[in-house]
Design a binder for this molecule. Structure first.
Ligand code: CDP
Length: 796
């Protein structure tokens, strides 16, 4: 007699199932782009510009051509003859593939050499002589909009200055009125510095054009293979069905592997011209100076407050430095990503945001580094502003948050910038976090320590992140609507293969997607193999970034499983010789309502789909689901850090960090914890040590891991995680919300607020990240704010 299966035993929802992908990763058996070797493969290296802004007077590649083993030297001029010198970006801008007229940032691609091996290609790059005429350099928005500033994008028609967009959202007049009636106006200005996602694996591609079949196969490090296929079809003018993009294992993406890079395009063209596979693997400094920067925004704002702490209105202005090309992916409607998700967790009647994006002589920036399109910057400003307001009013940090949060009974709630948040228990999360950090006790210890000259501080940060773009009504990239997909084939033995339009880069989709199938069908997770990243086999999807996988592709997995279950129900009715209406479902099994002992397993239904289907039924047990979410999912979190600052050196240490994350239903609690710990580590790194900047000449300072620090286990503090608050997402089929980025989004403000709290009473209002010891020491010693001040040109 068949029985229902135990969900946890089969690795369903809520099981901390070990990651199946780790079997190959920890054995060194992963299959990354650089592991792929094709017969007759050639190697490509890129010559990059040493200058940030210069006119190219000439390029002499004759010596490179003469080097034995060199097959091809590509320059911008040659690309131009094939209309490939420029390519479209994912934000409706254009980007130089190889420079023709000018170089616009240090590290820009100027030429490529394709040779028998990478060493010959590198030597040949060095043999190329480029004659540059240096031009004045712009490294921040202030310089970009200054009177008489050189126009960086003089290649574009109708681009008389360096402004990319001037965008606003919210209610300007209503906000003005609210400010006029405020008891107090609190102000804050800060810089969220440039940072780099710095995945361990750099970017790369292997293009393989087969003239005999006219098929182009590209193995590459992309988080969004289907978007790349569409872009290649447009740029290279190849038919889409003749393009196959394969993302093999990816060694971390974090947003760095969303944009389209010149290296990809050049390897494709080289393979078409040479009719041989061409591999390009970026080196670490190439990655750190030229691809996928994040943040670099100057934020200022003010908050209108009532005496008792009620927030009446917010005004915000953002200046975003995008570098030389506006190339990060944005939903078309929103120029500065989802920056306007700021203050979504607070019940604020009215707000107004203005945002200006400008070009500079820096590598393209603004990618969503572990965040949903600029949400990190938004949440950072929000939580720094709330702390500044509490300080100005002399109100407790926790209290001002609690009194302004959207209450549980206010959902669905329309934010002042127009989002609809649908669920959460914000007050409860804060209570759990305060208890875990032993708030009152810490305040006593802090006061006592202060009396003995020790500086302790406590920083609270909360975040609610709009995750899971789209719905397709509002979200698209280059006009392609944002939805996602899953395709499930159940074999006759009840084993299955699942493919989705997402692409894991370390998040564990191979483990968790199978858990959703197990939850919906009762097929043990170990019987479901998950495959992603091959456009020839995966259903169309928008890829993985902005923590959209669980909210969108994960929902598609549940929905396709339900379609399979619906067909299996018909098969069960046939096998049990009753009508479908008499059939009931429990996990893994259908049974007859009036005779529960009479049942068939899902595996028996699978065999029947191939061997004993009812008359008129199409054989097989396969289906595809495309899922267009009705709304974003809105996870919420509270992070509280306590720190001790050494007034003699400015060094600060984390005493404790507690994290309370509510991401709805957790598919795999262990993986969720891993995501939170990874995010917190990155948050700690951003606030403490990661400094990538540019000098006045546009030289990138921080182009290697001696200068740009990644925290190891040694530096990283311990984290205490809490999972007791669970508010299921009301519209997600299994109640899950995204989690991948939350801690990286919300974490930085907890550390900065803690250091600022330690310095309370000194008059210091802000220290920009990274809070390096010298910055903290300067703030303490001179009792002044320390900004990441924009560099000025030496001739200024
Ligand atoms: O889009 P991305 O995969 O980066 O982020 P995510 O959708 O938040 O998922 C990150 C990982 O956490 C995936 O393996 C998810 O399946 C898992 N997760 C989970 O187990 N439960 C949730 N409620 C959310 C994510």
């Amino acid at each position: 007699m068949s029985q229902a299966v135990d969900e946890i035993k089969i690795g369903g929802l809520g099981a901390s199932r070990r990651r199946v992908e780790d079997n190959r990763f920890i054995r060194g058996k992963g299959n990354y782009t650089d592991d792929i070797v094709l017969p007759g493969m050639l190697h490509m290296e890129i010559l990059r510009s040493p200058l940030a802004h210069a006119r190219i007077k000439s390029i002499d590649a004759s010596k490179a051509w003469d080097i034995p083993g060199v097959h091809l030297v590509l320059t911008g001029e040659m690309m131009a003859t094939r209309n490939l010198a420029w390519m479209p970006t994912l934000s409706y801008d254009t980007q130089a593939v190889l420079a023709t007229d000018k170089v616009r940032f240090q590290g820009q691609e100027v030429a490529c050499v394709i040779a028998d091996d990478p060493y010959i290609a590198k030597d040949a790059c060095e043999a190329i002589v480029v004659d540059y005429e240096p031009l004045p350099v712009i490294v921040n928005p202030t310089q970009a909009v200054a009177e008489g500033a050189p126009v960086i994008r003089d290649d574009k028609e109708n681009q008389p200055d360096n402004v990319i967009y001037d965008w606003e959202v919210g209610d300007r007049d209503g906000t003005d009125r609210a400010f006029a009636g405020a008891d107090l106006v609190s102000k804050l200005e800060l810089h969220y510095p440039r940072s780099h996602p710095s995945p361990i694996e750099c970017c790369g591609s292997i293009a393989d054009f087969n003239r005999a079949t006219s098929k182009l196969t590209v193995y590459m490090t992309t988080q969004a293979p289907h978007i790349i296929r569409a872009a290649v079809a447009m740029v290279a003018e190849l038919p889409e069905h003749m393009i196959r993009i394969v993302s093999p294992d990816i060694g971390g993406g974090f947003g760095n592997k969303v944009p389209i890079y010149p290296g990809y395009v050049c390897s494709i063209l080289a393979s078409i011209l040479l009719e041989r596979p061409v591999k390009w693997i970026e080196d670490k400094s190439g990655n750190l100076i030229s691809t996928g920067f994040a943040r670099d925004v100057y934020l200022k704002g003010e908050m209108a407050l009532r005496k008792d702490g009620k927030i009446l209105a917010v005004r915000m202005h953002t200046d975003a430095d995008h570098g030389a090309f506006f190339s990060d992916a944005q939903p078309s409607k929103f120029k500065i990503g989802l920056m306007h998700s700021a203050f979504a967790a607070y019940d604020i009647p009215v707000a107004h945001l203005t945002a200006r994006g400008t070009y500079s002589n820096k590598a393209p920036g603004g990618v969503a580094y572990r965040c949903s399109f600029r949400v990190t910057e938004a949440m950072f400003f929000q939580e720094r502003m709330v702390q500044a307001a509490a300080d100005d009013l002399g109100i407790d940090q926790a209290q001002i948050r609690a009194m302004n949060f959207v209450r549980d009974d206010q959902f669905p709630h329309r934010t002042p910038f127009g989002f609809l948040t649908d669920s959460g228990q914000y007050g409860k999360c804060l209570d759990v976090a305060l208890k875990a950090i032993d708030y009152e006790n810490f305040r006593r210890e802090q006061a006592e320590a202060r009396s003995r000259g020790r500086l302790l501080g406590l920083g609270i940060s909360t975040m609610t992140e709009p995750l899971g773009a789209g719905n397709s009504r509002e979200y698209d990239i280059l006009g392609i609507k944002m939805f996602d997909s899953a395709d499930l084939k159940v074999h006759m033995t009840g084993k299955a293969i699942l493919r989705t339009g997402a692409k894991t880069q370390g998040q564990g989709h191979e483990t968790t997607w199978a858990q959703i199938v197990a939850h919906e069908l009762g097929i043990p997770a170990e019987d479901v193999v998950v495959e992603e990243g091959d456009t020839d086999t995966a259903p169309f999807g928008m890829g993985t970034y902005a923590s959209r996988s669980t909210p969108v592709a994960g929902a598609a997995v549940a929905m396709v499983s339900r379609k399979i279950r619906a067909k299996a129900r018909k098969l069960a009715a046939h096998l049990l010789e009753v009508s479908e209406e008499d059939i009931e479902w429990e996990l893994g099994r259908f049974y007859v309502r009036s005779a529960p002992d009479r049942g068939v397993t899902i595996q028996e239904c699978a065999i029947a789909a191939y061997s004993n289907m009812p008359d008129g039924m199409e054989p097989g047990l396969e289906n595809t689901a495309y899922y267009d979410p009705p709304n974003l999912t809105w996870p919420f979190a509270v992070y509280i850090a306590t720190v001790e600052v050494d007034p003699q050196t400015g060094v600060w240490d984390v005493l404790k960090l507690v994290a309370v994350d509510d991401c709805g239903v957790r598919i795999n609690p262990m993986i969720v914890e891993g995501q939170i710990m990874g995010g917190l580590t990155e948050a700690y790194a951003m606030s403490n040590m990661q400094f990538i900047t540019f000098d006045a000449e546009g030289n990138c300072v921080g182009s290697n891991y001696m200068d740009y620090l990644l925290p190891t286990a040694w530096e990283t503090p311990g984290f205490e995680l809490h999972s007791e608050v669970v508010t299921p997402c009301p519209h997600h089929p299994i109640g899950a919300k995204g989690i991948g980025e939350c801690a990286a989004v919300g974490g930085p403000a907890a550390f900065v607020n803690a250091v600022m709290d330690a310095l309370s009473g000194t008059g210091v209002r802000n220290i920009d990240m990274p809070m390096l010891p010298d910055r903290v020491w300067e703030a303490i010693t001179y009792r002044r704010d320390v900004s990441g001040a924009p560099p000025v040109r030496s001739d200024d």
